[in-house]
Design a protein around this ligand. Structure first.
Ligand code: CIZ
Length: 325
């Protein structure tokens, strides 16, 4: 356990960093956007928070010249694809996504040769190059709608096999060819964790992200994206919820619903990559204008088409859940 004096020092340190960040925001004409899985203190200083697509879209609407993207690499890339004229900064260059790294454009091209009649649907958790090789993108909130919209019967769904399996269950008329990818954070929730949490909090509803395993999803009362979770909790009559997704979600869920209680099924739901971004690195990023995420023009052209096709199917990003902007 951290000694009390250390806590006080941390608070003082964070307060001084927040002041520095506020000054730098003005100096750089910057906007800070933070994913729902970021540290509490990073979400607190953000101008906008939400899921990756909502954030990339919100970035389009800003007048700021610099976008400080507190998230992981593929998310900053999406923001850069949708905002090619703005400077998009990722405060920690090592903040990657192991799931996105489980597929490469070369491997996807080989799969496409194996299934020449299939359409390729890529989850937003992919690199810009993989998006450029795909027919249409999807998020966890619109994956079912996107797959249903396609004329092809065969769908290569990349890279998350758990989300792909969930979609297959909802769209039995299609043949979903799964990729062997998974989110190392979401697979850390096990059936036993949910059963134990439910015993401890019997009146809770279980809400799970579709990146969880099928065994965990089978125990959920509701399955949805992070944006969907905010909406669901707000309208639900329940007072208590077991949340099977990354721990950072609890910050805004609790803030927006102070009269409701939220529990994690396990304390292991921490994405180490998301947590690399600290207030210190945000200040450093704005001071030094690092690390700029740039996508080549050739890739932007193709990846943008893939993202735009998705937006055409789903219209406005309904689960945006953008806060504070
Ligand atoms: O698109 C996102 O931000 C991710 C990775 C998950 C979600 O459900 O919002």
């Amino acid at each position: 356990m951290v000694p009390q004096s250390q806590d006080k020092d941390d608070i003082k340190y964070n307060e001084s960093l927040k002041k520095i960040i506020t000054k730098l925001k003005k100096k750089r004409n910057a906007v800070i956007i933070a994913h729902n899985y970021q540290r509490d203190e990073v979400q607190e200083i953000a101008d906008i928070s939400g899921d990756s697509l909502a954030l990339a879209q919100a970035a389009v609407r800003t007048d700021a010249e610099v976008i400080v993207f507190c998230g992981v690499h593929f998310m900053a890339e999406s923001a850069s694809i949708l905002n090619p004229d703005k400077k998009v900064l990722l405060p920690v260059v090592e903040a990657g996504c192991p799931l996105a790294d489980m597929i490469t454009p070369e491997k996807l091209r080989a799969k496409k040769k194996q299934y020449p009649d299939a359409a390729v649907v890529c989850y937003v958790n992919t690199s810009a190059e993989v998006k450029a090789e795909s027919d249409i993108a999807c998020t966890s909130s619109n994956a079912v709608e996107v797959v249903k919209s396609l004329k092809e019967k065969q769908i290569i769904f990349v890279p998350d096999k758990n989300l792909g399996r969930y979609v297959q269950g909802q769209v039995p008329e299609k043949e979903i060819i799964l990729w062997e990818g998974f989110c190392p954070t979401h697979i850390r929730v096990h059936e036993e964790d949910v059963i134990r949490a439910k015993k401890l909090h019997p009146d809770s509803e279980v809400i799970a992200h579709p990146e969880c395993t099928p065994e965990v999803l089978a125990l959920a009362d509701h399955i949805c994206s992070t944006g969907g979770m905010f909406k669901y909790v707000k309208q639900s009559k329940s007072r208590e919820f077991i949340i099977a997704t990354e721990a950072g979600m609890l910050y805004k869920l609790q803030k927006e619903n102070p009269d409701k209680k939220f529990y994690l099924p396990t304390q292991n739901l921490i994405c180490a990559n998301m947590k690399l971004i600290t207030l210190g690195w945000v200040a450093h990023s704005m001071e030094k204008l690092v690390y700029e995420v740039k996508v080549s023009y050739e890739v932007i052209e193709k990846a943008l088409k893939t993202l735009e096709k998705m937006l055409k199917v789903t219209g406005e990003h309904k689960d945006a859940a953008i806060a504070g902007y």
